[in-house]
Design a protein around this ligand. Structure first.
Ligand code: AHR
Length: 323
């Protein structure tokens, strides 16, 4: 009799464990997370936030680094599906090309949360919630700061303002949206011209390389650098110095992220402004995961709160920076 009861109980446990999204104990949630890579200071802070928050919340994290390759993210998501994790979260390297794998996740009834970056899919039911920044607004903020910066206003009063742009990874949501937001504001400013625009893939090395090419082609004609992230701006600062120019003076620089490296560059007078993009998404993500597993309704979109830091605020703000 005892052994029959034991068998029945075991069968029930196995059956429950096989139910998609099933969680038998409070601390047994399994989250599969596919990260873009380790391309920037921002990304390192984001990874750290996710890992720390998972540990703190007792969530088992299966973490996979895609090294900035979509095919690696697709492989990781497929492996999370095969392992029947409770929730899949990922920060998509690019916006498009996700339908097939997300359909597989949906068929396996595993909820998908987007963090940091969005996807572009026709079937919006393929993901449940999106937690991250408003990248279009970040682009707008960079442009609004630029057009109201007194030395640039003086320049615009005399003639044209020539801007070079270092874009993020081609096809990624932040590269598309930050360009869009920036151009939206500049549309109203006929004196402001983007004379060169190219990807620097969100890395310091590429930012430097592309800035060198911009300087070779345009030289002293360049008045402004708009970089889609701080890392590319920091790489470009090196290129500007090597070209015998003063970053922050001869070339006014505005970038996005507000990582510590940007504050150091601002304190040194080499960067003029950084627009914040908050990487500390871990705690909010873990809360979302718990709510999803508990069957609660979760918001479709959670937008991170962010600020703008001009050079004059850098020394004051630096001690408060967490990333
Ligand atoms: O998706 C966020 C962006 O990706 C950050 O601005 C950039 O630094 C990172 O690589």
């Amino acid at each position: 009799m005892k052994s029959v009861m034991f068998k029945v109980a075991s069968a029930v446990v196995v059956f429950l464990a096989l139910l998609p999204g099933a969680v038998l104990a409070k601390d047994s949630i399994v989250l599969g997370f596919s990260q873009v890579g380790a391309e920037s200071e921002w990304r390192t802070a984001n990874t750290q936030s996710i890992k720390e928050a998972a540990t703190q919340e007792g969530i088992t994290l299966k973490f996979s680094d895609a090294q900035q390759k979509q095919e690696n993210q697709i492989k990781a998501i497929r492996s999370f599906i095969a392992q029947r994790v409770n929730v899949i979260a990922f920060s998509p390297v690019v916006e498009t090309g996700w339908e097939p794998v997300l359909r597989e996740a949906k068929a396996a009834r595993i909820p998908v949360i987007l963090t940091d970056r969005a996807v572009s899919v026709k079937d919006e039911s393929l993901w449940l919630s999106f937690l991250g920044s408003d990248f279009v607004e970040e682009g707008r903020r960079a442009a609004k700061w630029l057009v109201s910066y007194p030395p640039i206003q003086e320049l615009a009063a005399k003639g044209e303002v020539n801007i070079v742009e270092l874009q993020g990874t081609v096809g990624s949501a932040p590269a598309i949206d930050r360009k869009k937001g920036f151009e939206e504001v500049l549309k109203e400013q006929p004196k402001f011209k983007i004379i060169r625009s190219q990807t620097g893939d969100f890395t310091r090395a590429k930012g430097k390389e592309v800035m060198e090419a911009f300087l070779k082609a345009e030289g002293k004609k360049i008045n402004v650098l708009y970089a889609h992230n701080d890392d590319m701006a920091i790489g470009a600062i090196q290129a500007i110095e090597e070209a015998g120019l003063k970053p922050g003076k001869d070339v006014v620089i505005v970038s996005i992220d507000a990582v510590k490296g940007a504050f150091e560059a601002m304190i040194a007078g080499k960067l003029n402004c950084t627009v914040e993009c908050n990487p500390q998404l871990g705690p909010q993500l873990m809360r979302l995961v718990k709510d999803v597993v508990a069957g609660k309704q979760v918001p479709r979109r959670i937008v991170t709160q962010e600020s703008v830091f001009p050079q004059e605020s850098a020394a004051r703000e630096f001690p408060n920076r967490k990333y």
